[in-house]
Design a protein around this ligand. Structure first.
Ligand SMILES: C[S@@+](CC[C@H](N)C(=O)[O-])C[C@H]1O[C@@H](n2cnc3c(N)ncnc32)[C@H](O)[C@@H]1O
Length: 241
């Protein structure tokens, strides 16, 4: 195993918001997550003018907007058109501006993130709430392609003891190639879930750190403390190639 230098970055605010609700996982902890991203950007890239950020799995575009307001030139990619809270119940996005459009604050491209093949122009790749919606092999390919650049990741961490009983049947503990342990998760076909995959893979805490190191990241910054979604622990990471 290749070692990555691991540093811990302490959030200067409380990382536990209101009790997350399993019925609304996409919106659970949203204010806290937006605040954390805003803070992480100002800690990590105090001068963002002239830098380009790619937001993969951008969803409604709230994080893309924050990055743009921070000074980045932002491209947001999602397999679905930007959706709203109301679209969650309808099961599909109601936006209809075409597969590529200029929002007032960022460029949006409707595309599967696995088909974005040119990452060379971007200084930072954001994967916020999307890594754990991908199968293991696609997470590995994505990390391999991003390894030379900075990434901001916000992802679920598998902890069997924290999965609510009502959701337990969706998770199957597993160890995948490379010996990474975690669980397969049955995706649910919501606007906020996987695009076209029935099963995603959730790493446990130890495995995800080894996964980042094995992908070639030389430095991993782990934001402390972890916070909690309706499915257990979740964390922010900043990776450097
Ligand atoms: C949980 S939402 C997160 C949205 C946003 N980043 C946030 O945190 O609010 C996951 C998003 O990833 C998108 N997504 C899932 N699989 C994708 C894929 N293979 N390619 C592109 N987008 C994908 C979904 O359409 C959804 O908008």
């Amino acid at each position: 195993m290749i070692e990555a230098a691991l540093t811990h970055l302490q959030a200067p605010f409380r990382m536990n918001g209101p009790e997350p609700r399993p019925s609304l996982p996409a919106l659970g902890q949203l204010p806290l997550r937006l605040r954390t991203f805003r803070w992480l950007l100002s800690e990590t890239w105090p001068q963002a003018k002239g830098k380009r950020l790619l937001d993969l799995g951008a969803g409604p575009g709230l994080f893309a907007r924050i990055a743009s307001r921070h000074g980045f030139s932002v491209t947001a990619v999602d397999a679905r058109m930007p959706w709203t809270a109301a679209d969650i119940e309808a099961g599909q996005s109601s936006a209809g501006s075409g597969p590529v459009f200029e929002d007032d604050e960022f460029l949006f491209i409707q595309k599967d993130l696995r088909d974005v093949d040119d990452l060379s122009g971007f200084d930072v790749i954001a994967c916020i709430g999307v890594l754990y919606h991908l199968p293991f092999a696609d997470q590995r390919d994505l990390l391999a392609r991003c390894a030379a650049r900075a990434m901001v990741i916000d992802t679920e961490i598998y902890d069997a003891s924290r999965i609510p009983e009502s959701e337990a049947s969706r998770f199957r503990p597993a160890t995948v190639a490379g010996g990474y342990s975690g669980a397969f998760c049955r995706e649910q076909g919501q606007v906020y879930s996987s695009h076209g995959d029935a099963l995603s893979f959730w790493f446990d805490q130890d495995s995800i750190l080894r996964f980042f190191a094995d992908a070639g990241c030389s430095r991993v910054t782990m934001v402390e403390p972890q916070y909690f979604s309706a499915f257990g622990p979740r964390r922010w990471f900043v990776l450097n190639g």
